[in-house]
Design a protein around this ligand. Structure first.
Ligand SMILES: [Zn+2]
Ligand SMILES: [Zn+2]
Length: 237
């Protein structure tokens, strides 16, 4: 009894000393997101979406995925573009606020962990070096590192590279800047691997299709996109 009393007192004291507060309502507590804000986020994340491209859609497979033959197999989306998480992901990915990573990963863990199938390898979605340098870090790599550690999956940031030629930086379904690291793939086999590509935003499926196509060509069994925010407004225009 006295032990329990001391334990409760100790927990209360730790809560007061705990420097963390909820990222949304700023109430002081242990986790990056408090219980009631997490409940709201969970409600936000329950939207109907296309299983393949992750776009908000009322049926399992959207019209464009019904006709297009994407090289990836599935897209797991944490939130859509109306979610309360959008400013957090924006602060992390656009403004280089690395501290938001803890909030994002906590939301991913609490909302999506049980629905994500295990993978053999995580690949951070490649981006140009100058973008990473201006932000201060490669956001997809930070996601791959920390998330990979949590689910005990290895990551590789060198397998798919992006060409730095400014002429190829404009993405299109036909011309894309992605390539496999030929030196690495000669020693590192991905045959029969279940691969996840992790990225903060997914605007359209084309670039992910190109990356998945390369991975499948080198023997990957399945490719799943792990997306924080699925933004489809530009795609629909
Ligand atoms: Zn809160
Ligand atoms: Zn679709």
């Amino acid at each position: 009894m006295s032990f329990l009393f001391t334990k409760n007192k100790l927990t209360r004291a730790l809560h007061v000393l705990q420097p963390s507060c909820c990222s949304f309502c700023h109430c002081r507590q242990v986790n990056p997101i408090c219980h009631s804000c997490l409940k709201r986020l969970k409600a936000d994340s329950h939207f109907h979406q296309c299983l393949i491209c992750g776009k908000p859609n009322l049926s399992w497979v959207c019209k464009s995925c019904g006709t297009a033959d994407w090289a990836f197999d599935q897209t797991v989306v944490l939130a859509n573009e109306t979610s309360r998480l959008v400013p957090t992901v924006h602060a992390f990915h656009q403004y280089g606020q690395i501290t938001e990573l803890a909030v994002i990963l906590y939301a991913w863990k609490m909302i999506k962990l049980s629905r994500v199938a295990p993978v053999d390898l995580i690949i951070p979605f490649p981006e140009n070096l100058n973008i990473s340098q201006s932000r201060g870090f490669w956001s997809a790599l930070e996601l791959a590192k920390t998330w990979g550690k949590l689910i005990h999956s290895p990551y590789n940031q060198e397998l798919i590279t992006v060409m730095s030629n400014p002429l190829t930086q404009r993405m299109s379904p036909v011309i894309h800047p992605f390539q496999i690291n030929t030196e690495l793939i000669s020693t590192f086999s991905i045959t029969d691997f279940r691969i996840a590509i992790i990225l903060p935003y997914m605007q359209s499926p084309h670039q992910l299709h190109e990356v998945a196509k390369i991975l499948k060509k080198h023997g990957a069994r399945s490719v799943i996109n792990w997306v924080l925010i699925r933004n489809s407004s530009k795609e629909n225009r």
